[in-house]
Design a protein around this ligand. Structure first.
Ligand code: SF4
Length: 193
């Protein structure tokens, strides 16, 4: 795989061309916040917390570091006032769904997010898709999936598959950034609805 050279926060970073900005930054020890990313899973680009500024050919764009590929000469900024504002607002939106999440509270401290900015919709699920993707990509069981669309989108265990697989597995539960207990609750609920 060919190598490229890019700049991240003023540091020259070498990366192979199949890497994303997030891969290259993490390998160089430069932190970028994420919620929906997991190194064993395909990039998802759902939470947008990893938004960075990327300049190429004289044009600067806001891109998701977890899905945007590196390229020769790319100039990336992972920190700026604009990025702080974006991450603050995204965190506030997520906190409306899962105000008790440790992961989100940590982000709230970092970006000075107000957990009461948006009306509470305590669905607990922030649609990061980690459980859905883990079960699909790693377990290959598809025992849980997204249902419905738009504001009604949520995750749901598929009872016929979950009854056979989930009670003895529960591998996706600790991935949940809001609460592993919540995953257990959703599993229980799928058998009682
Ligand atoms: S607990 Fe169920 S949904 Fe989660 S990874 Fe295991 S089989 Fe898939």
């Amino acid at each position: 795989m060919s190598q490229v050279s890019l700049s991240i926060d003023g540091k020259e970073v070498a990366a192979s061309e199949d890497m994303t900005i997030l891969d290259a930054a993490r390998r160089a020890g430069i932190p970028i916040p994420t919620v929906c990313h997991h190194e064993k899973l395909e990039p998802f680009g759902g939470c947008r917390l990893c938004t960075v500024e990327a300049e190429a050919g004289g044009r600067t764009s806001l891109v998701a570091a977890c899905t945007h590929p590196v390229q020769q000469g790319l100039v990336v900024k992972t920190k700026s006032n604009q990025l702080d504002r974006i991450r603050k607002m995204l965190t506030e939106e997520l906190l409306a769904h899962a105000p008790e999440s440790d992961v989100l509270q940590q982000l709230a401290r970092e970006y000075r997010a107000d957990k009461d900015r948006f009306p509470r919709e305590a669905s607990f699920c922030i649609l990061c898709g980690l459980c859905v993707r883990y079960c699909d990509e790693i377990k290959k069981k598809n025992a849980i999936g997204f249902v419905d669309r738009g504001p009604h989108r949520e995750i749901s265990f598929i009872p016929e598959i979950a009854a056979k697989e989930c009670w003895t597995c529960k591998e996706c539960f600790p991935l949940c950034p809001t609460s592993a207990l919540q995953a257990a609750y959703v599993l229980m609920r799928s058998f009682t609805l």
